[in-house]
Design a protein around this ligand. Sequence first.
Ligand SMILES: Cc1cc2nc3c(=O)[nH]c(=O)nc-3n(C[C@H](O)[C@H](O)[C@H](O)COP(=O)(O)O)c2cc1C
Length: 373
Amino acid sequence: MTPDLNSLLNTESFQAVAQSRLSKMAFDYYRSGAWGEWTLQANMDAWKKIRLLPRALVDVSQRNSASDLLGMHMAFPLLIAPTAMQCMADPEGEVATARAAAQAGVPMVLSSLSTRSLEDVVSAANANANANANANANASMVMQIYISSDRGFTKALAQRAQAAGCKALMVTVDTPVWGVRERDIHNSFCVPHGMSIVNLQRPSQPTGHSGSGMGQALGWTIDASLTWKDLDLIRQSVNIPIMVKGILRADDAGRAFDQGASAVVVSNHGGRQLDGAAPTAEALPAIARAVADRGPIIVDGGIRRGVDIVRALAMGASAVQVGRPILWGLAAGGQAGVERVLHILAHEFDLALALSGCPNVKAVTADLICRQA
Ligand SMILES: Cc1cc2nc3c(=O)[nH]c(=O)nc-3n(C[C@H](O)[C@H](O)[C@H](O)COP(=O)(O)O)c2cc1C
């Protein structure tokens, strides 16, 4: 039975409902972090430590949450982070998420490990945005890419994404090898029957996998020998903007822009790669100091409330990404569940703007952060 979505007031309540509706294997796959899950937890804790100093007596009766990112309109400064295998949460999988994103007017980043083809997902988003009377409806799809050991395949995938109408590519660079998620090993994680990693099908390659979540069958989709010069391959293959995801250091952020990136994503992969990596809220300030004038900075990891978006913007980000809460929405109620999660975050963000004395996104500046003496 579908739960009453309107009775769910925050993203945490969605997690509890998702847990009750998903198999243990699927829920653990979505919620897990690597090894002891320290970074997973620290991501969420770190935002809570950022205290705000709201401005008093500012006229916030007319507010505008909208902003732009590399030519993409955002009803509020959030993108749906790329997360793999969404058909485990809902039969429509990534198509349902894309429709909800278009409805809410936020960009969706499609994982290259999706269970629906990128062409199906992009056309579902476009159809929904066109059919929609909501002024915010807008379909901006971004394709996430791993540079695989099969460079020809990677180039072709990037070009397929551009041809399908993706507005940008997001190249993930924090996966020289897959992080180890012990829950997946305990559960002998495998892609459920009837599903496959459709975008990565090669004639010679099975796409099912088992064991630690990303076993041997998907080993070829990443490459431990990658270096900065390999970003050229992607840059030269397409003429849409490239974002580099998985940056935690100011020097790497600078290198990404040197290599032609149009944006960087401060991310530790939601705590799924190096356990012990800094929480993103702690990594963000140095990166913002180093490269804020070179292009947009997006941050993800542990964003669970609209006020976390205010915190991130005050610390120098242009937008945030959200991963797991979207999966919880999808599991709780398919497209309607994702729409409800996005509505909650948008509404919380709007109120957090008002309560901080900010009529719009531009008014969120560094002085909102309390720096203890
Ligand atoms: C189940 C799951 C699958 C993910 N799959 C991908 C992926 O295919 N590509 C990628 O770049 N990041 C992937 N990520 C990382 C997310 O894009 C994002 O960095 C992270 O989820 C943000 O943290 P949050 O879940 O706390 O919001 C995945 C994360 C989760 C939880």
